[in-house]
Design a protein around this ligand. Structure first.
Ligand code: NDP
Length: 326
């Protein structure tokens, strides 16, 4: 038997709770993992509270990421005893996820835990941090360099935002943090932001084009914020869009793209190819200051996950939440 956060939906309604499950109930897969840590991301919040249509099969074990030790393997590239990380690949959507003491998954979904990180650090980074790295890599691929000017990070106090600020400042960028929480200004400066702006500056309906300011943008909130970020990006600048905390809509015009050659890059971490994941994790090992990581991380147990998931969606959590599943 093992403990897990189980999401159920039936005549009694939509609910999530810690349950004892039988290992025989684990889904099909060629690798068994003893999970050590998972984490809480925005998408976990949506899945656990039912406020977003994330889960497509019930009952579902929550958790879009995990780190742990391989206990059994029929996969040629994965051996018993390996320390492995899993992000995405449909976990907590159609396959049981990582907010559990045990998981059974497919070997090709796993990447090795980089030697630079402890298991706890890997999940302090978690899906949010790995996505922040994918955003930074996208900006770099499109020629965004510190000499070009300021970079904007929206949803700055959140998980993706906090890691993005730490990474970009370490890489020499001048980082502007957009937040709805002015009380977090000191925290954001400690992570490496040089300027803090209020989220209302970008969050309301705006013009098709505004004054050019950003060489690059990491946007975690979508909606008007993403539209305004594109409208105020420098000629040939790049915007990496990964989130929807403000909304799934994109009320924009094509003006920034056809008049300023702005590039809008979509970031999806769930189905990203394995090579890109391995590159992202090795870049995190090189470019993320682990002291800043610790500063942005809070640890909880499985029993606190359900309440914390709601608080996360309500904007009451900051940075990263790592979950010790034991
Ligand atoms: P968090 O909840 O940790 O961070 C979200 C942040 O967005 C909040 O801290 C807050 O920052 C800001 N925010 C919240 N509500 C609003 C609002 N109504 N308007 C404007 N800003 C708001 O979430 P994560 O960091 O885990 O994820 C961030 C986003 O990225 C989510 O939408 C998530 O779904 C998405 N995501 C996408 C991935 C992908 O593969 N594309 C992978 C990982 C995440 P502040 O208080 O500073 O304003």
């Amino acid at each position: 038997m093992f403990k897990a956060v189980l999401i159920e939906k039936d005549d009694a309604g939509y609910r999530a709770a810690v349950k004892e499950l039988d290992e025989a109930a684990l889904p099909e897969g060629d690798v068994g993992v003893r999970v050590e840590y998972s984490s809480l991301n925005y998408k976990d919040g949506l899945a656990i509270t039912g406020r977003g249509a994330v889960v497509r099969k019930f009952p579902m074990v929550a958790g879009i990421d995990l780190v742990g030790t391989v206990e059994s393997s029929a996969h040629p590239g994965v051996a018993v005893g390996d320390k492995v990380i899993l992000n995405g690949w449909g976990t907590s959507e159609v396959h049981w996820g990582g907010l559990a003491q045990r998981a059974r998954v497919r070997g090709e979904w796993l990447v090795p835990l980089p030697a630079a990180f402890t298991p706890r650090q890997a999940m302090a980074i978690g899906t949010a941090g790995y996505t922040a790295m994918l955003c930074v890599m996208a900006l770099e691929r499109h020629g965004v360099v510190p000499q070009r000017g300021e970079v904007l990070v929206t949803g700055a106090s959140g998980g993706v935002g906090s890691v993005a600020i730490a990474l970009l400042s370490r890489l020499g960028f001048t980082v502007v943090a957009s937040t709805g929480r002015p009380q977090e200004a000191d925290y954001l400066r400690e992570l490496g932001a040089t300027t803090i702006i209020d989220r209302s500056e970008l969050g309301l309906p705006g013009r098709a084009l505004g004054k050019e300011r950003w060489a690059g943008v990491v946007d975690t909130v979508g909606s008007h914020t993403l539209a305004n970020a594109c409208a105020t990006t420098l000629y040939r600048g790049t915007v990496a869009a990964c989130g929807l905390a403000q909304g799934l809509d994109f009320p924009a015009s094509v003006a920034p793209f056809i008049l300023r050659g702005v590039t809008l890059v979509g970031i999806d971490c769930v189905m990203a190819p394995r090579e890109e994941r391995i590159e992202a994790w090795s870049r995190l090992a090189r470019d993320l200051d682990v002291h800043k990581l610790e500063r942005m991380t809070r640890e909880i147990g499985l029993g606190e996950v359900v309440d914390t998931a709601a608080a996360l969606l309500d904007g009451q959590e900051r940075g990263r939440i790592v979950v010790d599943v034991d």
